[in-house]
Design a protein around this ligand. Structure first.
Ligand code: UDP
Ligand code: MG
Length: 342
């Protein structure tokens, strides 16, 4: 593997593009978060490097070890020592994919930045068509999966419901469904994302929030090559609760509206009880009524309290102002300020 980063090739232009209009890209950074991906790296990196060399640009690959428990850190170190242009950032523990990606975005220097998974579900060959769209003036090109027929039914139903709820009220910021983290972004977009200070990183929402000219590129994710997906139902639920609380406030509004409706109903029923007492005197029945209304009101109260609690927890996370990730080691040389140690 004696591949070297190639310097900008002035002949890099594609037939479809008007030379005058086309943006010239000099360098490209690829960010790959890795959590227990040791078995995939030897398959991913040669393919990725070939794809990047074919572009004829200066390139760097920034591999983030998100506190893996297998040999990933050692593999990353080896690759970063062997191939110039491959950099490794080792985090001090597992911080989660969103934090690993943020670490990557903070350390890139390329004119365009690509985010992709390490498990070859995101094919490196798609970078070239993405770059073509960027040259035509699109700032963000994201891969959007064509269909989800490979996923279990419950996951599909859950995802659909989630995007419905997420996009329920906000008219300005629309988070596209089925668009993951596999995307190519202009440097401007990366700067905008870096400037967002929130601790609770719901990247899909943040991409949508920063805006810019975006376009989708339909693709079909391949099957994971080795290892297991880190996302189970529990993670998905917690990820979507985070997403909801960081990008919507309508649940709070909904709970106060629900409270008002219930209070109005309670008031009307109270009036009815008083009037019927006046007319017909006291009747000691109504156990059902008491139980039903008690349960209903208790339920509504607890749900509302829970919603408030979720938002409060997010506020607490934010005010602590902790860093998003901690870097244990940074190895290899990339495009910009090269950091080397050990
Ligand atoms: N990942 C990570 N930290 C984590 C979990 C996952 O950096 O805590 C990385 C993982 O190595 C992979 C990408 O995020 O490169 C996507 O993970 P995975 O394939 O498990 O998710 P899925 O494809 O099932 O959504
Ligand atoms: Mg995957």
């Amino acid at each position: 593997h004696d591949v070297k980063p190639v310097t900008a090739n002035p002949d890099f232009s594609h037939a479809a593009l008007d030379e005058e209009q086309a943006r010239r890209c000099r360098s490209i950074s690829v960010v790959v978060p890795c959590y227990n991906e040791a078995a995939n790296l030897d398959r991913l990196l040669p393919r990725l490097i070939t794809a990047l060399v074919a572009l004829g640009l200066q390139w760097e690959i920034l591999l983030i070890d998100d506190g893996s428990r297998d040999d990933t850190a050692r593999e990353l170190t080896r690759w970063s020592q062997r191939v110039p242009g491959v950099r490794a950032l080792l985090l001090s523990r597992n911080f989660g994919k969103e934090a690993a990606l943020s670490a990557g975005l903070d350390h890139t220097a390329g004119d365009v930045v690509v985010l992709m998974d390490a498990d070859l579900q995101h094919e490196p060959e798609l970078i070239a068509p993405m770059l073509l769209r960027w040259q035509a003036g699109i700032d963000v090109v994201y891969a959007r999966r064509k269909d989800r027929s490979d996923e279990p039914l419950y996951k599909r139903a859950f995802t659909r419901l989630f995007y419905r709820l997420l996009n329920a009220t906000s008219r300005r910021v629309h988070v596209p469904a089925d668009a993951g983290d596999f995307r190519l972004m202009d440097h401007k977009v990366v700067m905008a994302l870096r400037a967002l200070p929130e601790h609770n990183r719901f990247l899909k929402g943040m991409y949508a929030w920063v805006g810019f000219r975006s376009e989708e590129l339909p693709y079909m994710p391949a099957a994971r090559t080795a290892g297991r997906s880190s996302y189970n139902l529990h993670n998905l639920i917690s990820l979507s609760l985070n997403g909801m609380t960081s990008f919507t406030t309508w649940p709070l509004r909904a709970s106060s509206v629900l409270g008002m409706v219930m209070a109005a109903l309670g008031f009307l029923y109270g009036l009815y009880l008083i009037v019927s007492y006046r007319l017909f005197g006291s009747q000691v029945s109504g156990w059902t009524t008491i139980m039903v209304s008690l349960m209903l009101f208790c339920g509504v109260q607890l749900v509302s309290l829970g919603i408030v609690g979720e938002y409060l927890a997010r506020v607490y996370e934010e005010v602590k102002r902790r860093p998003l990730y901690v870097v244990r080691d940074s190895l290899g040389q990339g495009l910009g300020s090269a950091v080397t140690s050990t």
